[in-house]
Design a protein around this ligand. Structure first.
Ligand SMILES: [Fe+2]
Ligand SMILES: [Fe+2]
Ligand SMILES: [Fe+2]
Ligand SMILES: [Fe+2]
Length: 401
């Protein structure tokens, strides 16, 4: 099947963007601006179309390693994560996380090297042309947007940016790269394209259209890149999405789903909590019960899941199954409050399995519940009218003993 990789990447980029806005305090759509500037620099420097596509992917994914659970263990979250951006580990984790992404050129280690400096004073001490050109490009776009918030409509932004870059020639950046920025940033349209209401369409116009020949297994493999990033966001749920994917695979087989449906269900499971990337770690990592306001915030996550997935052609069923995992047959679930007649078998299955997976996971504040105890809780939820009794029973048969 043909699959539009642009739409997939840009859909999920929204969630990754939320991580960076929260952790680094940069205004939202940073990933998009880094992607747009990087693509334009790449074209100005003569890179080919496969490389232009890849640089957009690298730009969107450049700080995915910031979400890693190991980096989020402390009390003063924001300060600590600002420090993490100053540590090489987020580049190593980020590089490792994207290993399965189907990049179109043979460029690698771009994320690993997005903090290198032209004079060799970066994380790994690479110097001059030893730094991959694509990494240099992403670094310039990233650093300049982080420091100057390039999407804000301020008069004189170009002069400010050029002064900023000129002062760093030979230290952070090569003279050729700054020259290329000077060239691409000359038109008024460049600055308007970076503003939020225009950015999405500007990226669409600039990004090479890329559909790849793949199958559901291929899409599952790519989805695991994001599954890993999602699971990394909180140490409390570090294996939740991958665990749900495994249980979904078992239940799909148990219920006799055809192989294509089974793979689509596993993709939905891998991505079901992608919206959690938009939730603050202060809530995700809270050891105790959430208060009313925190719970209300947390309930937004499946809305974000839908926002990310519904723009991807071909993923219509997956979008429904993934986004409906907190809906209830009784109609009092969220975020849409759908009722039994709007929830198909697979949406119902994912909501049962999501709870089963959560309760049978170890959490820092409690041990994993046994199958028996978990089934008691699921039965109570059936009595409350929330879950499908036949699917709860099937889960009991599949996972009991
Ligand atoms: Fe970074
Ligand atoms: Fe960044
Ligand atoms: Fe969820
Ligand atoms: Fe979940």
């Amino acid at each position: 099947m043909r699959f539009n990789l642009n739409r997939y990447l840009l859909g999920l980029s929204m969630a990754i963007d939320c991580v960076e806005s929260e952790l680094l305090g940069v205004t939202s759509n940073h990933g998009g601006r880094v992607a747009l500037i990087s693509m334009r620099l790449a074209r100005a420097l003569g890179l080919d179309e496969a490389e232009v596509f890849d640089i957009a992917a690298f730009a969107v994914l450049h700080d995915n390693g910031l979400a890693e659970e190991n980096l989020t263990r402390s009390d003063t979250l924001r300060d600590r994560l600002r420090q993490v951006e100053d540590m090489p580990i987020h580049c190593e984790i980020g590089e490792r996380n994207v290993a399965l992404f189907p990049f179109q050129s043979d460029a690698r280690q771009i994320i690993l090297h997005h903090h290198e400096h032209w004079d060799g004073s970066g994380f790994f001490g690479l110097k001059g042309h030893a730094i991959p050109l694509m990494a240099q490009i992403v670094a310039l776009a990233d650093y300049t947007d982080l420091k100057l918030q390039l999407g804000e409509p301020v008069i004189g932004k170009r002069e400010l940016a050029l002064d900023f870059l000129d002062a760093r020639i030979g230290k952070h950046f090569s003279p050729e790269l700054v020259k290329a920025f000077r060239q691409i940033s000359a038109p008024t349209a460049f600055w308007l394209d970076l503003r939020t209401p225009f950015l999405g369409r500007a990226i669409d116009r600039t990004m090479p259209e890329l559909t790849i020949e793949t199958d559901w297994q291929g899409i599952l493999d790519i989805s695991r890149v994001f599954c890993r990033i999602i699971d990394s966001k909180s140490r409390f749920t570090h294996s939740h999405s991958s665990g749900l994917e495994a249980k979904t695979a078992r239940m799909a087989a148990f219920l006799g789903a055809d192989p294509e449906t089974a793979l689509q269900l596993r993709i939905a499971a891998a991505l079901h909590d992608v919206g959690k990337l938009a939730m603050p770690n202060a809530i995700l990592d809270k050891p105790g019960k959430l208060d009313h306001a925190e719970r209300a915030k947390m309930m937004e996550h499946t809305y974000f899941t839908r926002q990310c997935l519904e723009v991807i052609p071909g993923l219509e069923s997956i979008t429904e199954w993934a986004s409906n995992h907190h809906e209830k047959l009784s109609g009092d679930g969220y975020p849409l409050g759908l009722g039994a007649d709007q929830l198909d078998t697979w949406s119902r299955l994912l909501s049962v399995l999501d709870i089963y997976q959560a309760l049978t996971e170890d959490r820092p504040y409690r041990a994993a519940l046994t199958h028996t105890r978990t089934m008691e809780i699921l039965q109570d939820l059936v009595k409350g009218g929330g879950l499908d009794p036949s699917l709860v029973e099937a889960v009991d048969r599949a996972f009991g003993t």
